[in-house]
Design a protein around this ligand. Structure first.
Ligand code: KG4
Ligand code: ZN
Length: 337
């Protein structure tokens, strides 16, 4: 069962071929980081234009690398949302055109489902998440806690009230004058700093729900940058203390969700799951709540946006015969249902 998938929801053009929802035959990505870096963030028009330029050459390469032709493809997966509308449309319309021309079923994958299923990619068969699961998806656009009883049976149990965790990293990086992409650069600098040097709150620490809030942290960082002389050392300490506050806030609610829902497995995913401190702390802290819980962290290459994860999620839709029609429309605010 081979699925061809497209991912163009933001600034990465991704095309992949994945077998049986797990075995990655090809996973090609054109990262537009260099094109957006001079602007300090993603420029939607530049993103869409470059998706258009890259998508067909990447399709050709992805098929070639996977050593397949259109005859071998069973279905085509695409992302109607959430994401940037002009970017989403490129992947979506390409997938629809191919579905029509090649007469292959079309699969609609919510971008967050893709992140969720990144934990199924390229692991040995025994080692796959077992339901029920609690999943924490932390990306540039989302900070979401999910409880899933079974495949594609998602219940959102917590989310951010304002900024996403990745956004907090990116905005923090900008305040510290770090280049785009902010998250990885702030995290790199934080490695050399003292996380106890500056005092940051843990927003919503004691709230009874499973929600998050990060916009206050950013304001605190701004205040610290205005009241502290920014030397290379204080920048490192600010980065370390700020990062610690973000990760701690994520951990507090992740642990609470695990205690409340008693899952068999805990899954981390989304761009911020590439963060070394978050990965380390999840492994260390979650078993304090349920000692024999199975923890899954995506392989680093599947943390940030990629098309292989869309194929992995598409496979579950295919198994449930949940096919989309050619009327499928892009929806920048698509909710997980
Ligand atoms: O999942 P993703 O590629 O795109 C969205 O769906 O948003 O996530 C991108 C986000 C960005 O905010 C980026 O700064 C953050 O993930 N990120 C990181 C790290 N690597 C990527 N944040 C913290 N530490 C990292 N190592
Ligand atoms: Zn993403």
């Amino acid at each position: 069962m081979k699925i061809l998938a497209f991912e163009t929801s933001c600034d990465e053009t991704g095309v992949a071929v994945v077998e049986n929802g797990r075995r990655v035959l090809s996973n090609l990505l054109f990262s537009q980081i260099k094109l957006h870096a001079p602007h300090g963030g993603v420029v939607p028009e530049i993103a869409a234009r470059n998706h258009l330029v890259k998508i067909i050459p990447l399709l050709d390469q992805a098929l070639k690398k996977a050593q397949v032709t259109k005859k071998d493809i069973n279905a085509i997966a695409t992302v109607p949302g959430p994401g940037l509308i002009s970017s989403l449309i490129v992947g979506l319309e390409t997938a629809k055109a191919l579905s029509f021309a090649w007469q292959k079923p079309l699969l609609a994958v919510n971008h967050l489902e893709g992140h969720f299923y990144s934990n199924w990619l390229e692991k040995n068969r025994k080692d796959q998440p077992r339901f029920p699961v609690v999943a924490l998806i932390v990306s540039g656009g989302h900070t979401t806690l999910i409880y899933a009883k079974d495949h594609l049976k998602f219940k959102i149990i917590g989310s951010t009230r304002d900024d996403a965790a990745g956004e907090a990293f990116d905005k923090g990086a900008r305040l510290l004058d770090l280049p785009y992409p902010g998250g990885p650069n702030l995290s790199k600098l934080a490695k050399q700093g003292n996380p106890m040097a500056f005092n940051f709150p843990r927003p919503m620490k004691t709230s009874p729900d499973l929600d998050f809030s990060f916009s206050g942290l950013k304001t605190d960082l701004l205040r610290h940058t205005q009241t502290t002389k920014l030397t290379p050392k204080t920048k490192k300490d600010l980065a370390a203390s700020y990062q610690e506050a973000i990760i701690d806030s994520l951990l507090i609610k992740a642990k609470k969700a695990v205690a409340q829902y008693q899952p068999f497995s805990f899954l981390l995913s989304g761009g911020v799951s590439a963060n070394y401190l978050l990965r380390q702390q999840i492994r260390f802290q979650i078993p304090k709540i349920i000692p024999d819980i199975k923890i899954f962290l995506p392989n680093l290459k599947f943390c940030t946006d990629n098309a292989a994860m869309i194929a992995a999620a598409g496979y579950q839709h295919y198994r449930q015969k949940n096919f989309a029609t050619l009327n499928l429309k892009a929806d920048p605010n698509l909710q997980l249902s």
